[in-house]
Design a protein around this ligand. Structure first.
Ligand code: ADP
Ligand code: ASP
Ligand code: MG
Length: 458
């Protein structure tokens, strides 16, 4: 098929992001290519790695992987990628590119087995998006769209906090305007989510699920008119549809509410996604690449309805730390010392409650995460200041909506129906948009289901 080289203005650009399941195989990629083709404002495409690939890479990046397992993982990844490229009529060039990348990946993995570094981990983790972006550019060409690969590391400059790199917004804006924007008049550019490079040019990553955030940052940098997040569900639901089949898609939601949902664990969006969109006031659409005509969720500054209850988010694997010190009684400076330790280890606290002599705090502590975690070293350092107790196996539930702190009866509406569960650390009042609490992990789904039935279906 011939490729259509259409000139468009850079004044009205949509950044389209496709998640892992959307680019999992050839048929899925074709559906995404069709979405791009149908709307010519879609000029900048940000892709995740094909489903499953980043998980393989995470394992590959860990210490203690044997050479047999290493080869098996690389074979599994190669199988996923070549199963896509075998559908192309012209395969030689793309297969050579994939093979060259696999050789380079093997090199990093061997180096990692000799000496494990977080810098090397990020090199390894970045390969999923490197594969999928090259392949998707060719899928676009197959359907007659002038799609070209672009290396996001040229523009997405970050610090060297490997695994959770912070983006330099000034450099990103300047680079994107100089290197990326001019290409968009004639080409549809396909680039990688999740990855960037530090000031020395080493590869960095922005944290798991970071492709949404990359897409939003790029949309902000090129001053795009819209951002579309194409995933495997028809928008943002009232709660995770995997927890209850009663969950339903939300037509529109404000930036503030959606940002709270993302922060409190709704996996549909990376927690930081809405920050760039809010700064630049870019409306965000969330829809399903499997059913692009089935509607979705519009996230924007102003929305028509602002209900008290909009959704329920759930975040698993929370750790509760209680620090206790009799010296805290009438003393100032204790909390500052505790937070200095946490800041030094780049840990951020989610919920916090205090009593006269103790402070309870929760941390997001997901197993296998590439992010800063509450380690033994942090606990030992805190123990030099005070008594410390650590509890695992908890989930954080957030009820999200509007004017929650100024509405009568919220407490009883929420807690009356779940009074047979052990609810802890209720945090209410810090934000107008949420009320949060902890429950034992084993009860989390049931509590969400029950609350959903109470707040949304009755
Ligand atoms: P992608 O690979 O496209 O980034 P993710 O798996 O990261 O997709 O996010 C989509 C998933 O998020 C959905 O399949 C769904 O299970 C989960 N999810 C969690 N909370 C919500 C919610 N409130 N609404 C919709 N999906 C949700
Ligand atoms: N591929 C990365 C991950 O699985 C980033 C993303 O998909 O958003 O975490
Ligand atoms: Mg995601």
């Amino acid at each position: 098929m011939s490729v259509n080289v259409e000139q468009v203005s850079t004044k009205n650009i949509t950044v389209a992001k496709f998640g892992g399941t959307s680019v999992a195989d050839y048929q899925a990629m074709l559906r995404c290519a069709d979405i791009i083709k149908k709307n010519t404002t879609n000029r900048l495409v940000v892709v995740s790695a094909s489903a499953g690939v980043t998980n393989h890479l995470v394992r590959l990046s860990q210490a203690g992987v044997s050479s047999t397992e290493r080869e098996q993982i690389i074979t599994n990844i190669a199988d996923i990628q070549f199963a896509i490229t075998k559908n192309f009529t012209s395969q030689e060039n793309i297969n050579n590119e994939i093979s060259a990348l696999l050789t380079s990946l093997r090199g990093f993995a061997e180096q990692q087995a000799k000496q494990h570094t977080t810098k090397n981990s990020d090199e390894i983790l970045s390969f999923g998006e490197q594969f999928s972006s090259r392949i998707f550019a060719q899928v676009l060409q197959t359907v007659g769209v002038n799609g070209h690969y672009f290396d996001a590391r040229q523009v997405m400059k970050t610090d060297n906090l490997y695994g959770k790199a912070q983006v330099d917004l000034t450099q990103l804006a300047a680079n994107a305007k100089a290197l990326l924007l001019p290409l968009l008049t004639e080409q549809v550019i396909v680039t990688q989510g999740f990855i960037g490079s530090d000031q020395q040019g080493n590869t960095t990553t922005l944290g798991r699920g970071g492709s949404d955030y990359s897409a939003a940052l790029l949309a902000e940098a090129i001053e795009a008119s819209n951002l579309s997040i194409w995933t495997d569900v028809v928008g943002i639901f009232t709660t995770d549809p995997r927890i209850t089949d009663q969950a339903r898609s939300i037509n529109e939601i404000s930036f503030g509410e959606a940002a709270e949902m993302a922060t409190f664990g709704a996996k549909i969006l990376h927690p930081a996604t809405l920050i760039p969109a809010m700064r630049q006031d870019i409306p965000v659409f969330v829809g399903s690449s499997k059913e692009p005509d089935a509607g979705g969720t519009r996230i924007q500054r102003e929305v028509e309805s602002n209900p008290t209850y909009r959704s329920i988010a759930l975040r698993r694997e929370q750790t509760l730390v209680t620090v206790k010190s009799p010296q805290m009684l009438h003393a100032s400076g204790f909390l500052a010392k505790v937070f200095t330790v946490l800041a030094k280890h780049q840990l951020s606290v989610d919920l916090i409650t205090t009593s006269e002599i103790s402070v309870a705090m929760t941390f997001d502590n997901p197993h296998g995460s590439t992010q800063a975690l509450l380690t033994k070293a942090v606990v030992e350092e805190l123990e030099q200041l005070c008594e410390v107790s650590v509890e695992h196996g908890l989930s954080l539930i957030a009820v999200i909506g509007n004017k929650i702190h100024g509405t009568k009866g919220v407490g009883s509406s929420i807690f009356d129906k779940v009074n047979d569960f052990n609810i802890r650390m209720i945090c209410h009042g810090a934000s107008n948009h949420n009320l949060c609490f902890l429950v034992p992990e084993a009860d989390a789904n049931q509590v969400v289901e029950r609350l959903h039935a109470t707040l949304f279906t009755s």
